[in-house]
Design a protein around this ligand. Structure first.
Ligand code: UDX
Length: 439
């Protein structure tokens, strides 16, 4: 099949590469000229394992091409995927400006029957609006074409996006059209997983409800962690014990310093805004957000209790990205911690394998270390913020020799408490019991 994907961000590009891997010919349309040039050179505007190599491969083979204008490729396509951003507005609801603009362009330029597939995360009812915008443009042009709309949300994790696109747990296809259902079956012909056929509105809701549920699991375990510390219990054992109940499941029960990224914070807010517009209060979502907002401060307060006063202390942050294997710092816990430590007059050194440039643009005054060991030089304490593999496997004995005080606060419970204590560190994590923490 021939497919156009509008949006050269991480969802658009990963989806395109996955579609090309399934044998389709893919045209990517990107509004930003600089990004078009960069992509044409085979360079990704973000870091995502394995995607750049595949992009280059398909560009060279001619199976994938990059365009600046939708009109250059829309009439060579059986389906158009919309994968543009839907950022948060001030009230938490999703900004649909980019999605609406694409819908209008589709209506303005298509000369043939089409299936229009929304990958972007959009509020319930958006599919119908997209439909109307396209039809309005078609009728202004006086053309009568068959344009069917589909909601086909993505569930890609950053860092594992290509794997997730090629090995999904499920595919959700929301449409009322048999023709669109048939075409979507052909699009995903080689993926083996349950496929849910449902209405557009249900598909839109499934996306928000999935992300909000995962965020809720994380906030629940983070709140439990606070209680575990008071009751001398260990949240990791508690999470293991509850997670083995199949009804609960063990994933997304790692206590830490809160969720970040481009999806969870935005989607929980957006779902809450949808409910508010319907006159409903979503108490669980409100609590999920509140716990997440306060988790970093709770952790920094623990550090302050150990050091007594943060003023003038040198604190080393290990990890800046919102999670490992990405350079994405959107809504990252590191940014909240930098803000809190700056307010409390600490001096800050940072190290991250991928995300330093992104943070440098926002906080040029920090010390950007050349390695984790360099960041820890003369530090009064290390804060492990992102659980990159290299922090788990570094030589902590060597690191300790350069630190002013051997204090490690592990915001992701990534290190072994017993090993760290044996090496002579004062060690604390999130939700640990008295025998695990201390020095
Ligand atoms: C998420 C969803 O997983 C994906 O399905 C959706 O389409 C986009 O949002 P992503 O944002 O890439 O993907 O990250 P994910 O791996 O889900 O982690 C989100 C945040 O939760 C990270 O900050 C991570 O550190 C945190 N997290 C995750 C925890 O704190 N504890 C956990 O147990 C799991």
């Amino acid at each position: 099949m021939k497919i156009t994907v509008v949006g050269g961000g991480y969802v658009g590009i990963t989806t395109s590469v996955a579609l090309a891997s399934s044998g389709h010919t893919v045209h990517i349309v990107e509004i930003n000229k600089a990004k078009v040039n960069q992509l044409n050179k085979g360079k990704l505007p973000f870091y995502e394992d394995g995607v750049e190599e595949k992009l280059r491969w398909f560009l060279t083979s001619g199976q994938l091409s990059i365009h600046h204008q939708l009109e250059d490729c829309i009439n060579e396509s059986d389906a158009v995927f919309i994968a543009v951003g839907t950022p948060s507005l001030a009230d938490g609801s999703a900004d649909l400006t980019a999605v609406d603009a694409v819908a209008e362009q589709i209506g303005s330029y298509t000369e043939r029957d089409l299936v229009v597939v929304t990958k972007s995360t959009v509020p319930v009812g958006s599919g119908e609006k997209i439909n109307q915008l396209i039809r309005q443009k078609l009728s202004e042009r006086g053309v009568d074409l068959m344009v069917d709309t589909v909601s086909n949300p993505e569930f890609l994790r950053e860092g594992k996006a290509l794997y997730d696109a090629l090995h999904p747990d499920r595919i959700v296809i929301g449409t009322s059209s048999d023709r669109a259902r048939h075409i979507m079956k052909a699009v995903y012909h080689d993926l083996h997983c349950p496929v849910i056929y449902t209405t557009i509105e249900n598909a839109e809701m499934i996306k928000y409800a999935s992300n909000a549920f995962l965020a809720m699991k994380i906030s629940y375990v983070n709140e439990l962690a606070r209680l575990c510390e008071r009751t001398n219990t260990n949240v990791q054992h508690v999470a293991e014990g509850i997670g083995l109940d199949k009804r609960i499941g063990s994933l997304f029960l790692n206590a830490g310093i809160g969720y970040g990224g481009s999806c969870f914070p935005k989607d929980v807010k957006a779902l809450e805004a949808i409910a508010r517009q319907q006159g409903l209060t979503m108490h669980l979502l409100e609590a999920t957000m509140r716990i997440n907002e306060t988790q970093t401060e709770w952790f920094v307060n623990k550090l302050q209790a150990v050091l007594h006063n943060l003023g003038g202390k040198k604190i080393a942050l290990l990890g800046l990205s919102f999670k490992p294997d990405t350079d994405d710092i959107r809504e990252a816990a590191s940014l909240k911690i930098i803000h809190l430590l700056t307010q409390r007059n600490a001096s800050i050194s940072v190290y991250d394998p991928q995300a330093m440039e992104n943070v440098k643009n926002l906080h040029p005054q920090l010390y950007y270390a050349s390695s984790s060991y360099d960041a820890l030089k003369n530090a009064d304490a290390a804060l492990l913020v992102t659980e990159w593999e290299e922090f788990k496997h570094m030589d902590w004995e060597k690191a300790k020799m350069n630190m002013k005080q051997p204090i490690v606060m592990d915001g992701r419970n990534a290190l072994s408490p017993s090993v760290m204590k044996k090496l002579g560190f004062y060690y604390d994590g999130v939700g640990l019991n008295d025998t695990q923490k201390g020095g």
